[in-house]
Design a protein around this ligand. Structure first.
Ligand code: SAM
Length: 501
C-alpha cells in the first residue's frame, strides 16, 4: 500500500540534496540552489525513494524546470530504458535565468548520461506544451509553444511506449493538473504509478499559492472519475522545500493504476491478432502514422475492421473518441471481453453491405487499416466510408505488387483463418486506389516513407518473389495537406521510416 511505503520512507535515513545532485553538476548555477543547500528540503529525497521502489524502466515527466526531478528519478532508476521529459521552456526566463531551462536541464543530464554510458537517445527532453486547448502555464503563458501531440517524435514515443512512472509537475492552476492526469492516464502501464505534487488546500494556502485548492480539486475529481481503474491512492503531506515553516510543505499525490487481468483464450480464430507477426505490423504502421505529423488528436474516429481492438489505444492516447466496428461477431465479443468499458462503442457491421455505417454519422477521421483487401468489393467500402468522413480517411491495405489499375480479386486462402469471412478478397493496385479515393476526396496522398516492416516495399513494382503481402498506406483528405511526409503522386521508390530509438 502506498501509505505504508510513505510512512516507511519517513523513518528511513534521507539522501541529502548534495548526494543527489553533485554528480549531475546541479548543485549550483540555477535559480533553485537554496533548496539544494538545505538539509530541511527533503522533497527530492522523497521523490527518489518512491521512484526507486518502482524500479522503473520507462519514466515520463511533465514539467522539467531545471532538471532536478529528472536527475532524481534517473539516479533512482538504474534500469532506465526510456526517460521523456517535457516543458514549455519559458520558466528560466520567468525567473530571470540567463538560459532556457529545458536546454539547461538537457545539457546537465546528458553530461551525466555520457559518464554512465547511457545512450542519449533514451533520455529525451522536449520543449512542448502538455495541455490541450489554448492553455499554457499557471498564468497561461506559453500558449504558443507546440503541443506534445503536434510533435511527431513525441507522438511516436508516447503512443508506442507505456510508462512505469509518470511525474506530473506542469501547470497547477485551473484544471491544469486534471488535464495532465487525463492525458497521462492513457500512457501509464497497468500497475504503474503517477506522482504529482503541490496538493495544497485552499483554506491553509489560499493566500500563498495561486493553485491552492485547484490542484487538490483536480486530484479528487480525477480519482473519483477513475475509481474503477485505480488500485490505490494517497496524499502524502511530508515532502518539503524551503522555507522551513508550513509554506515549505509540498504534498505529493500518488495514484496506482489497477492491473487488468485478461485471461488469454487459446485456440481461437483471434489468436491471429496476438501473433508476433500481427503485432509487429500493427506497431510498425502505428509508428508510421504517428510520424506523418497529421492532426489526429482530440478527434472523433471511426475505426473499421477493428478486430479485437489492438489499434484502438493509439487514438485513445491522442484523446480521441472512437467508434469501432468489425464484421465478425466473435471479434467484437472478444474485443468487449477484453475491454468491457468500450461497451456501446463497438459494433458488428459488415462493410460488404450498402449503407453499412451511415447510422453512425460523421467522424473527423475514418481509420481503415488492414481491412480493404479482405473485401470482395473494395469500391463499395471506399464509397460507404466516404459518407462517414468529415476530414481525413486513413487507409492501409495489402495492394498488388504492380500498378495495373485493377481490383485484382483473389480467392481467400487459409492463412490464419479457419473460416474466411469473404470467399473472394482483393489486392487492389495502388493506382486503382488513388483513382477511387479521388472520387470522394479532393486531396489524396501516398506517404514518403513506408512503415518499418518487411511487408511494406520501398521499390515499386514490388518483386513478387520477395513479398507474401505488399502493403501500402494512403491518406485522403477534404482539405489540402502540406506535410513533407505526404506526396500526391504514386512513388516508384519510398524511404523506410527510421526507428525513433
Ligand atoms: C514546478 S516546475 C517543475 C519542477 C521540476 N519538476 C523539478 O522538481 O525539478 C513546473 C514546470 O512546468 C512547466 N509547465 C507549466 N505548464 C506547462 C505546460 N502546460 N506544459 C509543459 N510544461 C509546463 C513550467 O514552465 C515549469 O518549468
Amino acid at each position: 500500500m502506498i501509505a505504508e511505503t510513505c510512512k516507511t520512507i519517513e523513518l528511513e535515513k534521507s539522501l541529502s540534496n548534495i548526494e543527489l545532485f553533485e554528480e549531475f553538476d546541479l548543485t549550483d548555477g540555477h535559480p533553485w540552489v537554496s533548496n539544494i543547500n538545505s538539509n530541511h528540503a527533503n522533497y527530492y529525497n522523497c521523490l527518489y525513494k518512491i521512484a526507486n521502489r518502482e524500479k522503473p524502466r520507462r519514466i515520463l515527466e511533465l514539467g522539467t524546470a531545471f532538471g532536478l526531478s529528472a536527475a532524481t528519478m534517473l539516479k533512482a532508476s538504474p534500469n532506465i530504458e526510456l526517460f521523456v521529459s517535457l516543458d514549455l521552456g519559458i520558466y528560466g526566463e520567468q525567473l530571470g535565468f540567463s538560459q532556457n531551462n529545458i536546454d539547461f536541464a538537457r545539457t546537465r543530464i546528458h553530461q551525466w548520461c555520457c559518464h554512465r554510458k547511457i545512450p542519449l537517445n533514451r533520455i529525451r527532453f522536449y520543449r512542448a506544451n502538455s495541455q490541450p486547448g489554448v492553455v499554457g502555464d499557471n498564468e497561461n503563458f506559453g500558449v504558443e509553444i507546440r503541443k506534445w501531440y503536434d510533435i511527431p517524435d513525441l507522438v511516436r514515443l508516447l503512443t508506442h511506449y507505456e510508462f512505469d512512472v509518470i511525474f506530473v509537475d506542469g501547470k497547477h492552476t485551473d484544471d491544469g493538473l486534471y488535464n495532465d492526469f487525463v492525458t497521462v492516464w492513457q500512457l501509464l502501464r497497468d500497475g504503474g504509478l503517477i506522482i504529482c505534487d503541490d496538493l495544497h488546500d485552499e483554506k491553509t494556502y489560499g493566500k500563498i499559492f495561486s493553485w491552492a485548492g485547484q490542484t487538490l480539486e483536480s486530484f479528487h475529481r480525477f480519482t473519483n472519475e477513475h475509481k474503477a481503474e485505480i488500485d490505490d491512492q494517497y496524499i502524502w503531506n511530508y515532502p518539503r522545500v524551503m522555507p522551513m515553516d508550513y509554506t515549505g510543505l509540498r504534498p505529493f499525490g500518488l495514484i496506482r493504476k489497477k492491473k487488468r487481468m485478461i485471461l488469454e483464450l487459446t485456440k481461437k480464430w483471434f489468436d491471429f491478432f496476438n501473433k508476433q507477426e500481427s503485432l509487429a505490423i500493427i506497431q510498425a504502421r502505428q509508428d508510421h502514422l504517428a510520424s506523418l505529423g497529421l492532426d489526429l488528436s482530440y478527434k472523433s474516429v471511426l475505426e473499421v475492421g477493428c478486430g479485437i481492438g489492438k489499434d484502438t489505444c493509439f487514438f485513445e492516447k491522442l484523446g480521441c473518441t472512437i467508434h469501432s466496428t468489425d464484421s465478425r461477431p466473435e471479434n467484437v465479443a472478444e474485443y468487449l471481453r477484453r475491454r468491457p468499458d468500450r461497451k456501446g462503442f463497438v459494433d458488428i457491421v459488415d462493410l460488404n453491405c450498402s449503407n453499412s455505417h451511415v447510422k453512425f454519422g460523421k467522424f473527423n477521421i475514418v481509420y481503415c487499416y488492414g481491412t480493404l483487401h479482405q473485401l470482395e468489393n473494395p469500391s463499395q467500402c471506399l464509397k460507404e466510408l466516404s459518407k462517414n468522413c468529415k476530414d481525413l480517411f486513413l487507409l492501409e491495405t495489402c495492394v498488388n505488387s504492380l500498378d495495373n489499375g485493377n481490383i485484382n480479386s483473389v480467392y481467400a486462402d487459409d492463412q490464419g483463418e479457419d473460416k474466411p469471412f469473404n470467399e473472394i478478397k482483393c489486392r487492389p493496385a495502388r493506382d486503382w486506389i488513388m483513382q477511387e479515393l479521388k472520387k470522394y476526396y479532393p486531396y489524396v496522398y501516398c506517404t514518403r516513407t513506408q512503415p518499418a516492416h518487411s511487408d511494406y516495399p520501398i521499390i515499386w513494382p514490388a518483386n513478387r518473389e520477395e513479398f507474401i503481402n505488399t502493403r501500402c498506406v494512403f491518406v485522403a483528405s477534404k482539405r489540402v495537406l502540406c506535410h513533407p511526409t505526404l506526396i500526391p503522386d504514386i512513388p516508384q521508390s519510398q524511404g523506410r521510416l527510421e526507428p525513433i530509438i
